[in-house]
Design a protein around this ligand. Structure first.
Ligand SMILES: CC(C)(COP(=O)(O)OP(=O)(O)OC[C@H]1O[C@@H](n2cnc3c(N)ncnc32)[C@H](O)[C@@H]1OP(=O)(O)O)[C@@H](O)C(=O)NCCC(=O)NCCS
Length: 178
C-alpha cells in the first residue's frame, strides 16, 4: 500500500510589492427608501458602512489577508445623496506601512434619470492586516507608478504623521495635567 502524501505547511504569499491599482475595488449600490434618513436623503451611516466595505476589499486585495478597520481618519460629506441615485464607492490603497494601509475612497452619486454624476463624499481609512487570531501581520510594500499615485502616497504619509504627532501631543498634555 502507498504511504500517504506528506501534509504540506500552507505557504504564506510572498510580500511582493504591488501597485495601488492592483487593490482598486468598486462597489455600487442603488439607494432605495430603506436607505433614507428623516429628511429623505440617504443616511450618512449607510454611506459609511459601504465606504468601510469598499475599503476592506481594497485592503484584502493588497494584503491577501483578513483586515480590520483601525480608524476612519477622515470622512467628508460634500453634497447630500438622494433616494433613487446609484452610488459608486471606489477604494484604493494609497500607502502601505508595516501592517497598516491607508485606503482612500471616492463616493460618486449618479442620477440615472438626469444622467448627472457628482462627487458626493471622500474618506480615508486605516486598515490593518491581521491573522486568524487578530494579530497584525506585515503587508506588501506599495509602489506608486503614476504622478497621482505618488501624490496620494505623500498625502497619506502626511495624514499618518499628523495623526501620530496628535497622539503624542495629547498624551503629553494629559501627563502635564495629571
Ligand atoms: C487595529 C488593531 C489590530 C491594532 O492592534 P495593536 O495591538 O494596537 O497593534 P499595533 O500597536 O502593533 O499596531 C499595528 C498597526 O496598526 C496601526 N494602528 C493601531 N491603532 C491605530 C489607530 N487607531 N489608527 C490608525 N492606525 C492604527 C499602527 O500604527 C500599526 O501600523 P504599522 O504596523 O503599519 O506601523 C487592534 O486595535 C484591533 O483589533 N482593533 C479592533 C478593530 C475592529 O474591530 N474594527 C472594526 C471592525 S473591522
Amino acid at each position: 500500500m502507498d504511504s500517504p502524501e506528506p501534509l504540506l505547511e500552507p505557504q504564506l504569499p510572498a510580500l511582493q510589492a504591488k501597485a495601488p491599482s492592483a487593490s482598486t475595488s468598486v462597489l455600487a449600490h442603488f439607494m432605495g427608501i430603506g436607505d433614507s434618513n428623516s429628511s429623505q436623503h440617504v443616511h450618512g451611516g449607510t454611506i459609511m458602512k459601504l465606504v468601510d466595505e469598499a475599503a476592506s476589499l481594497a485592503g484584502v486585495r493588497h494584503s491577501h489577508s483578513r483586515v480590520v478597520t483601525a480608524s476612519i481618519d477622515r470622512m467628508s460629506f460634500l453634497v447630500p445623496i438622494e433616494i433613487g441615485e446609484l452610488v459608486t464607492f471606489t477604494a484604493t490603497v494609497n500607502a502601505a506601512w508595516r501592517t497598516s494601509m491607508e485606503v482612500g475612497v471616492r463616493v460618486v452619486a449618479e442620477s440615472p434619470r438626469a444622467g448627472i454624476s457628482r462627487l458626493a463624499s471622500t474618506a480615508y481609512l486605516t486598515m490593518v492586516a491581521v491573522d486568524e487570531q487578530g494579530h497584525p501581520v506585515p503587508v506588501p510594500p506599495l509602489v506608486a507608478e503614476t504622478p497621482d499615485e505618488h501624490r496620494r502616497m505623500r498625502e497619506a504619509e502626511l495624514r499618518r504623521s499628523h495623526r501620530l504627532a496628535e497622539r503624542v501631543a495629547i498624551e503629553r498634555g494629559r501627563q502635564q495635567t495629571d
